[in-house]
Design a protein around this ligand. Sequence first.
Ligand code: ZN
Length: 114
Amino acid sequence: MQLKMYAYKCTCCGELHHPKHYACRKCGARSFEEIDLEGEATVVTYTKVYNLPEGYMKPYLSFGIVKFDNGLTVSGQIEAENLKTGMKVKTSVGVIKEGVGKDYYGFIFRPVDE
Ligand SMILES: [Zn+2]
């Protein structure tokens, strides 16, 4: 299964959104086109979360906000040994939480040079 990430571009003014909004935050239009969200992003901020709820098969996870070259900011998990702000990461989609009979997918960012 090939999973992709999308940004949602307002067909009226071109403003990018993620996740999808009901209406454009800039002009209020309700029509969007899907744009592939690929390539590199920069870590803006992050935190480590311990004491995770059931379904997370790891002792902790790093969660952060990254910014793409197109200006869009997106939140997701970051898997990096020496996580720092300003670090370049690449995007992927993977299992972020294992559930009973159902896995949950989300963004996972990893260092570019790994
Ligand atoms: Zn708009």
